[in-house]
Design a protein around this ligand. Structure first.
Ligand code: NAG
Length: 295
């Protein structure tokens, strides 16, 4: 970590300055200031305190009461919460909701619940409000969307570590391999990254777009998964950043992060996406679980 080189540097500065008493005093002061700066930097950059927040609302145009829908006899939000509790990087997991029915169900299986305003426009905004209501300070907030009940705890840990090891990124998220049949489905969001794993762009269209106009069976297209983590200082301003042209055109919230010049780290994971967007998706995920003997 960056704490170690700073000590060596400090020693060297002090050693060299012994030539002259005046210079010595000045150098020590500088070295101490530098040491303190590096110490502060490593303390803040590491972003060690992490909270996982599961934002959940009852009202939804496509699927009313979605978080409480039962998947093989257990509420979807409970499945998500149980998976999140297994992540080793999270100091705490909370559900953030505007609905008493959801809150009651979650308290019933032992979850911490934070009540948030009905006016929250999206999950990030709900996470931001919940973060401000928590009594403890956290450096990273993981937004764990309740509609991915089969999310692997390792994926949560992966995106947390990605943000902890990438000091210039304020946001981290993950992608998996896109299935060819999803290439032209606008509900499946695609993502391209640079050679260091920073996001370049997200689109509902197929990116990159092969010159032939067809899917290139050899190209490793990325599908974006609905889980992300934020630097908590960034989360305080993120919901209030003015909507940007590309964000509005694609209807993809995360584009405003890139359009404002912030860096986003993307990791690639193995994950069969089973997002529950509509009531029909419930039967699909239940079949998937039965086939694999998941309960
Ligand atoms: C497009 O896809 C084809 C395979 O379908 C591949 O051979 C070709 O290199 C790709 N790129 C261009 C520019 O055609």
């Amino acid at each position: 970590m960056s704490g170690e080189p700073s000590c060596t540097r400090l020693d060297r500065v002090i050693f060299m300055s012994t030539k002259s008493a005046i210079l010595h005093a000045a150098a020590v002061a500088t070295a101490l200031a530098a040491g303190y700066y590096y110490y502060r930097r490593s303390a803040t950059v590491f972003r060690s305190r992490v909270v996982g927040i599961i934002p959940a609302r009852f009202a939804s145009s496509r699927f009313e009461g979605k978080p409480l829908v039962e998947i093989l006899g257990k509420p979807m939000i409970q499945r998500t919460w149980e998976r999140a509790k297994l992540a080793t990087t999270l100091d705490r997991v909370v559900v953030a909701t505007d609905d008493e029915r959801i809150a009651e169900c979650c308290r019933g299986f032992g979850a911490d619940v934070i009540m948030t305003a009905e006016s929250c426009r999206n999950g990030a905004e709900r996470c931001s409000e919940a973060l401000q209501k928590l009594e403890k300070k956290y450096d990273i907030v993981v937004n764990i969307q309740g509609d991915e009940p089969l999310i692997e705890p390792e994926i949560i840990d992966g995106i947390v570590k990605a943000l902890q090891t990438t000091p210039d990124a304020v946001f981290s998220t993950c992608v998996t391999s896109l299935k060819p049949e999803d290439a032209f489905d606008p509900n499946r969001v695609k993502c391209v990254v640079d050679n260091r794993g920073y996001a370049i762009y997200f689109s509902r269209g197929l990116i990159p777009f092969n010159k032939s106009g067809k899917v290139n069976p050899k190209f490793p297209y990325n599908l974006h998964l609905g889980i992300q983590s934020y630097d908590s200082e960034f989360l305080k301003i993120y919901p209030d950043l003015t909507p940007t042209p590309l964000q509005l055109e694609e209807d993809l919230e995360q584009l405003k992060v890139l359009e404002n010049g912030y860096k986003m780290k993307v990791i690639k994971v193995d994950h069969d996406a089973h997002g529950v967007d509509t009531p029909e998706d419930v039967a699909k995920i239940e079949n998937f679980m039965r086939e694999r003997n998941l309960s």
